[in-house]
Design a protein around this ligand. Structure first.
Ligand code: CP
Ligand code: NVA
Length: 309
């Protein structure tokens, strides 16, 4: 059982399924008006090299619910790897906080933080992975369908951090995975190989034509075409990705039970239209709200005293 939450490839399906059950339990306690103070007196340090709404708020509110608190450490203050080395930041924070959550550009920075810290490190998004989002999405899917096994998630667009963590989450939770990306923007083959390794029964389908990709899908998922750090490529990307827009015409080609998901922020009129994002088939806001409950499960599991839960 690893101490850090950096990449779903490093976790076992059994442990991740346990985390999901914990998220369900914590959400139900919260709905009933009681939050056990499982992290009373503990502090989470949150390093952000990039902007955030959902990740920052869900971790901070989550720590408050659990009786602890979180400190926001912006890039200007910390200067991770610039003002101070990653190794020194990790060791200094380890003396004062009981957990570190970091949103970084270079995935190696969260790996190095974890290597040097003596407290758990959580990847709150790197250029390569967004494991917190993908775990949380499994909560949303299991609430909506009553299960995760046997469903098919179809991801449309950039083979980015979200696509990578979703592919791995699908393998862990028994979903089949279709991905449709423009040439040159495909998901790393290494990620698909990891997904195969996690669950050889997962059916992974690469489908270049988005119209064909959505056939047989239970979940249509998209993300921005321009991730944080890729702003200079925006014009070119918006041109290339246009046929992958999740709009009413594409949704009409999917089975009638298919729902729409997006990790947000959404660039409306680009990767998704208003009509689809705001349709009855869209789960995007319950999906965003679930970040809170999934994050709490990760925090309790990593920072809590074993045996309390
Ligand atoms: N989905 C997500 O991680 O949102 P933020 O970038 O706002 O944290
Ligand atoms: N792929 C997006 C996800 C934002 C939550 C990015 O990295 O900017």
């Amino acid at each position: 059982m690893p101490r850090d939450f950096l990449d779903l490839a490093e976790w076992t399906s059994v442990d991740l399924q346990r985390l999901l059950r914990l998220a369900v339990e914590l959400k139900s306690e919260w709905r009933d008006g009681g939050n056990r103070q499982l992290l009373a007196g503990l502090t989470l340090g949150m390093i952000f090299q990039k902007a955030s709404l959902r990740t920052r708020v869900s971790f901070e509110v989550g720590m408050n619910h659990l009786g602890g608190h979180a400190i926001m450490l912006g890039e200007e203050e910390v200067g991770l790897g610039k003002r101070e080395s990653v190794a020194d930041v990790a060791r200094v924070l380890s003396g004062m906080v009981q957990g570190i959550m970091a949103r970084v550009y270079d995935h190696q920075d969260v790996v190095d933080l974890a290597a040097w810290a003596s407290v758990p490190v959580i990847n709150g998004l790197s250029d390569d992975r967004h494991p917190c989002q993908a775990l949380s999405d499994m909560l949303t899917i299991s609430e909506h369908f009553g299960r995760t096994e046997g469903l098919r998630l179809c991801y449309l667009g950039d083979g980015n951090n979200i696509a990578a963590s979703l592919a791995l989450a699908c393998a862990h939770f028994g979903l089949d995975f279709t991905i449709s990306s423009p040439e040159g923007y495909a998901l790393d083959e290494e990620v698909l190989a990891d997904a195969e390794k996690i669950n050889p029964r997962t059916d992974i389908c690469l489908q270049s034509d988005p119209d064909h990709a959505v056939a047989g899908a239970d979940i249509l998922y998209t993300d921005t075409w321009v991730s944080m750090g890729q702003e200079e490529e925006a014009a070119e990307r918006r041109q290339v990705f246009r046929p992958w827009q999740l709009n009413a015409a594409l949704l009409a080609r999917a089975p009638s039970q298919a729902v729409v998901m997006h990790d947000l922020p959404a660039y409306r009129g680009k990767e998704i239209t208003d009509e689809v994002a705001d349709s009855e088939r869209s789960l995007i806001f319950p999906q965003a709200a679930n970040r809170l409950h999934a994050q709490k499960a990760i925090l309790v599991d990593l920072m809590g005293t074993r045996g309390v839960v």
